[in-house]
Write a protein that binds this ligand. Structure first.
Ligand SMILES: Nc1ncnc2c1ncn2[C@@H]1O[C@H](COP(=O)(O)OP(=O)(O)OP(=O)(O)O)[C@@H](O)[C@H]1O
Ligand SMILES: [Mg+2]
Length: 328
């Protein structure tokens, strides 16, 4: 088997710091004193989770035996996270390390009523706009795809434009940035993509913001993959029947964070194995199942046999047979 061409995965690199407060924020807020607001909550739990869309996807690809190239910007504090990703097969040698900013961080405290105080510090992520793909490609070889996930918007645009200029096939995966971006930005991120990923809500947002109809969106990308949550996934191509698949069977949903990223990792791994779009969607759904069943986005593991067993249980023996040769 020829070794697959490299996959470049660009997107946010971040950690989530999640705290829980046993009381109610409400009890500490004095409405008449809000202009002098200064409160502190004694929290009894701190969880630090690895996140960012690009490492989430890279981790999933690594779990399936691939060696994706992480493209993004982080801070000096990236060391531990780097080691973790490298242990799982991810090439982190091209991550840009900021000299002045920390890695992006989401800090959130949730109280007993699920009310939240949250802040997002983009930090080093804003330096994604200074990353040029060409030197990375020179080092790792011509990419099969460059995936451009949610990141610093100027960075996303720069990567997309560079892909168009240099003729790298790119995958548009704007996800969270769709809520903030204007039509013009979104049109530039999507137009000409080999593949467009989104969930169903985001697919409507893309149409609304770009002003393109569903068919027009499809006419501007090679393949459109829309995930439907617990209902599975739909894959559309021009001039061919849609592929619509249910989610993996017997999933015990615990916590959904990162499920979309895991789906993409499975899908891209299967594309690299060249087993077709239907298998790609199936592998994506099975990898996503592992994430929904665990707390955190990079905490799941499985043996090749377990993965193949789940693939067979959900999609039949032929699906497992086609994938078997690629999982070791
Ligand atoms: N409850 C569930 N049970 C089984 N599979 C699920 C469930 N939720 C999601 N999935 C799988 O994960 C895929 C992606 O889910 P979804 O459409 O919710 O992504 P998303 O909205 O981008 O998620 P997020 O952005 O929160 O990571 C689905 O296509 C499906 O295969
Ligand atoms: Mg998503």
């Amino acid at each position: 088997m020829p070794s697959p061409r490299p996959l470049l995965i660009a997107g946010s690199i971040a950690t989530d710091h999640l705290m829980t407060f046993q009381g109610k924020f409400e009890d500490s807020l004095v409405v008449e004193q809000l202009h002098k607001l200064s409160v502190s909550f004694l929290v009894d739990d701190l969880e630090i989770r690895r996140g960012g869309v690009a490492p989430n996807m890279c981790f999933g690809l690594g779990r399936l035996g691939l060696h994706p190239v992480l493209v993004g910007a982080a801070g000096e504090d990236f060391g531990d996270y780097r080691s973790w990703l490298e242990r799982h097969g991810v090439d982190c040698s091209h991550v840009r390390i900021s000299e002045t900013k920390h890695t992006a961080r989401f800090v959130c405290t949730t109280d007993s009523t699920m009310a939240q105080f949250a802040s997002f510090y983009p930090g080093a992520m804003a330096e994604a706009r200074h990353i040029e793909l060409a030197p990375i490609v020179q080092a790792v070889g011509e990419p099969e795809y460059v995936l451009i996930g949610a990141d610093d918007p100027d960075g996303m645009l720069r990567h997309t434009d560079e892909c168009r200029q240099r003729g790298y096939a790119f995958i548009a995966d704007p996800s969270q940035q769709l809520a903030f971006g204007e039509g013009d930005l979104i049109r530039r991120l999507v137009d000409g993509a080999a593949l467009l990923f989104s969930n169903e809500y985001e697919s409507h947002l893309i149409e609304q913001k770009t002003g393109w109809s569903a068919d027009e969106v499809l006419s501007r990308v090679g393949v459109q993959v829309t995930t439907l949550g617990a209902d599975g996934v739909r894959v559309r191509r021009r001039g061919k029947d849609d592929i619509v698949l249910p989610a993996a069977k017997d999933v015990r949903a615990v916590e959904p964070t990162g499920v979309g990223d895991a789906f993409r990792a499975g899908f891209l791994a299967a594309l690299a194995w060249d087993v077709g779009l239907e298998r790609a969607a199936q592998v994506g759904c099975v990898l996503a199942a592992y994430v929904v069943e665990t707390v955190g986005t990079q905490e799941y593991s499985f043996t090749a046999e377990q993965f193949l067993g789940r693939l067979e249980h959900s999609y039949g023996p032929e699906a497992a047979a086609d994938v078997r040769a690629h999982l070791s």
